[in-house]
Design a protein around this ligand. Sequence first.
Ligand code: SAJ
Length: 421
Amino acid sequence: MTAIGFQRICVLGLGYIGLPTASVLASRGVSVTGVDVRQSVVDTINRGAIHILEPELEAVTAHAVRLGLLRASLQPAAADAFIVAVPTPFHDGKADLTYVDAAARSLAPHLQKGNLIIVESTCPPGTTEEISRTLASLRPDLAFPQGEGDLPDVHIAYCPERVLPGRVLTELVENNRVIGGITAECSRRAQAVYAIFCKGKLLTTNARTAEMCKLTENAFRDVNIAFANELSLVCDRLGVNVWELIALANGHPRVNVLQPGPGVGGHCIAVDPWFIVEAAPEEARIIRTAREINDAKPRWVLDKVRAALAARSPTAVRARIACLGLAFKANVDDLRESPALQIAEELARWGDCDLVVCEPFIKELPPSLAESSCVTSVPNVNEAIGDADVVLLLVNHKPFAEVQRSQLAGKAVIDTRGMWT
Ligand code: SAJ
């Protein structure tokens, strides 16, 4: 089978991964149906616009829509291959596979002999085999794979997405892919799909290893960020500048400490390690502790703000805090699982100080802040800092680097990202 066998591909889920994947496939001449359960998303894409912020994506999507190669829909359509890229949230210590299950059920009626299904959503080990069992129960007329040696009618593989928000279009093409087919033939067919647009290596394995590989990559990063975050607490106690320390330590050829921050956010690194803890709670001890360390960091930052407010000279005027950044990381508009947002929301709940928020990457404050009488939003960082008593830098967005040290004179500065140190 060559790439020529995949002329029509249906991508389920048009979020941060599904939409770029659908657009890139269409840009390579594949006829793509993109499916999303949100009518507004479907309408936006069919207008040639996009609903997320990602460099260069709008142009690629608009071009694909204009050529008639990308069409968004609420319903899947018959295709040669289906790619599932829907979210897998984590609630109460358990992976929530509702969306993956719903996506599999929605594509079941459209399956035909010879089809390929690729799951890209982050999943606990064993999920791809479970999806195959679900489909087998829904389509008894077709044979689905359960293990090596099977000769199925429909091939199924797990291939995790690994792209970094903000660099999605580059990484989608350049990164290596790990492709885990339930059988070797499933892997081979999935390889042919990725060969359409990937320049990276297309590495094959089984589905379970591929599922675990994705979780391992994000847990590795989480553990390493936890090390940096723990170091920041240790250094604070010992009066050592953690940023200088890390820069010096990283001069060693075999040391590469990551950067401390206000906590770990986003839908991936703050979530995926829990899938491993859930699957092997007794064994996953460092992974669990790292999650706990990173989750505790916002509380530590809030304690620093409390201490800065308590250190003010007595005055009748309400304290004013400039809160710089809400996104989960630099130069993106994504507020999912953001420690910066969590900190800002808690400050707003305190109610005893005014909060001036500057988040240059979003147009409107989320309701949790917009509805608070203590919170105002300003687009300009200098305006936010102006009358502030405390300047709290939560995200290392590019515009914040331009702040002059003289603007911070006389203010309590809590720089959680080491941008100004
Ligand atoms: N962070 C730190 N210190 C650091 C690096 C990151 O505090 O030194 C924080 C960020 O501020 C952010 C969080 O960690 O809050 C996660 O950011 P990130 O840039 O490390 O990762 P994500 O969540 O944007 O993307 C990750 C990537 N995984 C890895 O690098 C192993 C990406 O390749 C995955 O595709 C993505 O998760 C995903 O979708 O799983």
